[in-house]
Design a protein around this ligand. Structure first.
Ligand code: HPA
Length: 274
């Protein structure tokens, strides 16, 4: 166990001091190239990760590395503009540290977003996917080590990590906006190298529809501490080997930019319905 309960509380207390009585309800993690929504928060209070005790910094491109607290669609939100990844050298516990801190601050709901490779050949790059479930079985759990019972039980259920009620709201929101919303399984891979074509065939055989390097650890931790979770993937590129072309980080960031109105519109519509 890397962090004690007291450390989580210390981080929460340091943030609380900056919030002047504001209590966030909905935590949001914005992935590669998707930080845009954080800039739309009203009455924003910005807290850089570097100013929060025990927080790691976010070094990935398209990740600003700050928490933005404020109002969005009438909800009190806490937006993580940029997340931590295991490939940056952090443990899974460190990667998901912020989720527990946001839970202590009052958030009951977590909305996660990411960019990922599209494994399902029926779909197209640029489309959005509602995450119905995830696979992260080849790497250790963020809950490894002594359990902190203040957050949850030793052996938490994971049969409904992505809350059915919220998935239903997301479907309705996409329908109303006329947005095509695919539904599928997010398969976690370590990175930072993109996958090989053989790995993608394996991912498909195992039931993955999208492949990415984030999200799954945070969602396990959120489920452990009793948060409701809603997850969206921007299918930023066809996964390795599907098209006869190499993958690039630029392609992922460009896809994020191109989809930002559609993506933020959908997330905002979901916030209104929460
Ligand atoms: N693989 C893994 N992570 C990703 C990809 C991908 O193809 N695209 C965006 N993030």
């Amino acid at each position: 166990m890397e962090f004690t309960f007291a450390q989580y509380e210390e981080s929460a207390a340091a943030i609380r001091q900056r919030l002047g009585g504001f209590v966030p309800q909905v935590a949001m993690v914005l992935g590669s190239g998707l930080g845009y929504l954080g800039d739309q928060v009203e009455d924003a209070i910005v807290v850089p990760y570097g100013e929060i005790p025990h927080f790691k910094s976010s070094t990935a491109p398209g990740h600003k590395g700050q928490l933005v607290f404020g109002r969005l669609e009438g909800r009190n939100v806490a937006v993580m503009q940029g997340r931590m990844h295991h490939y940056e050298g952090y443990s899974y516990e460190a990667v998901s540290y912020a989720v527990r801190v946001l839970r202590l601050l009052g958030c009951q709901t977590l909305i996660v977003t990411n960019a990922a490779g599209c494994v399902n050949t029926q779909w197209k790059a640029g489309e959005l996917m509602l995450i119905t479930d995830q696979i992260k079985m080849f790497s250790e759990s963020p809950l490894r080590g002594e359990n902190l019972p203040q957050f949850g039980v030793r052996f938490p259920d994971a049969s409904q990590l992505y809350t059915p009620r919220l998935r239903h709201l997301a479907r309705q929101a996409a329908n109303e906006l006329g947005i095509t919303l695919r539904e599928g399984v997010y398969f976690y891979c370590y990175g930072p190298q993109y996958e090989t074509p053989a790995e993608i065939r394996a991912v498909r055989a195992l039931g993955g529809d999208a492949v990415g390097m984030s999200t799954a650890p945070e969602v396990i931790v959120a489920g452990h501490c009793g948060m409701e979770v809603l997850g969206f993937t921007l299918l930023s590129n066809m996964a390795a080997g599907i098209l006869d072309q190499p993958l690039s980080e630029q392609e992922v960031l460009d896809a994020g930019n191109a989809a930002r109105e559609k993506f933020s519109g959908l997330v905002r519509a979901c916030l209104r319905k929460l």
